[in-house]
Design a protein around this ligand. Structure first.
Ligand SMILES: Cc1ncc(C[n+]2csc(CCOP(=O)(O)OP(=O)(O)O)c2C)c(N)n1
Ligand SMILES: [Mg+2]
Length: 344
C-alpha cells in the first residue's frame, strides 16, 4: 500500500538530541559551520573577481549534514547535486578540494579541473559524479541501488535533488523504477522554495513533493530541513528501511536558499527582501547552536575555538589553491575524448 505520511514531527521533545552522542552532535555542528564559512569565502572571492562561479549551500547545511550522518561513509553510494557542499564535506571532501575546484587548479579531485565547480565526486567516499542537466542523477542512483540489490550487499544509494528538478521526467522514471524493484534507494529532495526564479507553486499543484510518493508506492516524508536532528532522524529511518530490504523512501526537507541561486543570479527580481530576512531568522546553524548551548554541549569558549579553526582551514585552503598551478593545457580534453586512432 502506498503511504504518504503527514509532515514528520521532530521527536526532539522525547529524545532531545536524537539519541546521538556528544561527539557526533559536535561533529554535525562543525560540518555545518565549516561549510558556511567556506561558502561565505567563495562569495567574497567571486565578488573580488578571483573565481568565475559559485553555487551555494547556504541555508541547506542542516538538511545535508543530517543526511550524511545517517549514512555509512565510504560504504553507501551518494549521488549529490550541485548544492551539496555540506554533504560532500561531511563525507570527506576537504576545503582544499573545494577551493581547487573554485580556482580550477591542478589537483582538483573530481575532474582535474575540467568540470565546473560543484560537480562533486569522491571515489574514496563512493560519491558519484553527476551531469549538469538536473535530475539525471536520479537514474544513476536508482541504477546503483539496483546493483546493490543484485549483489546482495547491504549498501544503500542516496540521490539528492532540488524541488524544481522533480518536474523532470527522469525523476519520475527513477523513483518508479526504485519502487517497482524495491531498491535500497533514498531520494532526498531539498525543497528551498525556488528553482532559480520559479517558485514551487509554479512547479506543482500539491503542497509537498513528498505527496507524490503515493503514486510510486513508496513512503513520502516531510521534514523540517532547517532542523539537523529532525533530518537525521527522517534519513536514518529511510536508510534503515532500505538496508533491511524494505525499499525506497522519498524524504522532502523543507528549507530555503538565503542567497541568490548562483553567483550569476540577482534574486531581487523575483522575491522580496522581507521574505529572505524571515528565513535568515530560521538559520539552521544558529538554531542548532542554541540547542547545543542549552544542552551544555557548546560553551562560548568552544564556539570561539570552532570559529577560529574554521577560519584557519578556509584561509589555508584559499592560499593553497591560489598558489597551485593551473592544469597542463595538453590535458584539457583528457578523459573526455578517446585517443585518436592511428593514421593508416
Ligand atoms: C535539464 C535542465 N534544465 C535546466 C537546467 C538549468 N538549471 C540549473 S539549476 C536549475 C534550477 C533547479 O532548481 P531546484 O531543482 O529547485 O534546485 P535548487 O537550485 O533550488 O537547489 C535550473 C533550471 C539544467 N541544469 N538542466
Ligand atoms: Mg529549489
Amino acid at each position: 500500500m502506498a503511504i504518504t505520511s503527514a509532515p514528520a514531527r521532530s521527536r526532539l521533545d522525547q529524545e532531545p538530541l536524537a539519541g546521538l552522542p556528544p561527539e557526533t552532535l559536535l561533529e554535525l555542528y562543525w560540518q555545518m559551520l565549516r561549510s558556511r564559512r567556506l561558502d561565505e569565502r567563495a562569495w567574497t572571492l567571486h565578488r573580488q573577481g578571483k573565481i568565475a562561479f559559485h553555487i551555494s549551500a547556504m541555508g541547506h547545511e542542516a538538511a545535508q549534514a543530517g543526511a550524511a550522518c545517517a549514512l555509512r561513509r565510504g560504504h553507501d553510494y551518494v549521488v549529490p547535486y550541485y548544492r551539496d557542499l555540506t554533504l560532500v564535506l561531511s563525507l570527506g571532501y576537504t576545503p582544499r578540494d573545494f577551493m581547487l575546484g573554485l580556482f580550477g587548479k591542478q589537483g582538483e579531485v573530481t575532474s582535474g579541473a575540467r568540470q565546473m565547480p560543484s560537480h562533486w565526486s569522491l571515489r574514496s567516499a563512493n560519491v558519484v559524479s553527476t551531469s549538469s542537466p538536473v535530475a539525471t542523477q536520479i537514474s544513476h542512483a536508482a541504477g546503483l541501488a539496483l546493483a546493490c540489490k543484485l549483489r546482495g550487499d547491504d549498501r544503500v544509494a542516496l540521490a539528492c535533488i532540488g524541488e524544481g528538478a522533480t518536474s523532470q521526467g527522469e525523476w519520475y522514471e527513477g523513483l518508479n523504477w526504485a519502487a517497482v524493484h524495491k531498491l535500497p534507494f533514498i531520494c532526498l529532495v531539498q525543497n528551498n522554495v525556488y528553482a532559480i526564479s520559479v517558485p514551487v507553486d509554479r512547479q506543482m499543484a500539491v503542497p509537498n513533493v513528498a505527496d507524490r510518493a503515493a503514486a510510486f508506492g513508496m513512503p513520502g516524508v516531510v521534514v523540517d530541513g532547517n532542523d539537523v536532528l529532525a533530518v537525521y532522524e527522517a534519513m536514518k529511518a529511510a536508510v534503515d528501511r532500505a538496508r533491511a530490504g524494505e525499499g525506497p523512501t522519498l524524504v522532502e526537507a523543507k528549507t530555503y536558499r538565503v542567497v541568490p541561486h548562483s553567483s550569476d543570479d540577482d534574486d531581487r527580481s523575483y522575491r522580496t527582501r522581507d521574505e529572505v530576512e524571515l528565513w535568515k531568522k530560521r538559520d539552521p546553524i544558529l538554531r542548532f547552536r542554541a540547542k547545543l548551548e542549552a544542552a551544555g554541549l557548546l560553551t562560548p569558549d568552544q564556539q570561539s575555538e570552532h570559529e577560529a579553526r574554521a577560519q584557519a582551514e578556509v584561509d589555508e585552503a584559499v592560499q593553497f589553491a591560489q598558489a597551485a598551478p593551473y592544469p597542463d593545457v595538453a590535458l584539457a580534453a583528457g578523459g573526455v575524448y578517446a585517443p585518436l586512432p592511428q593514421e593508416a
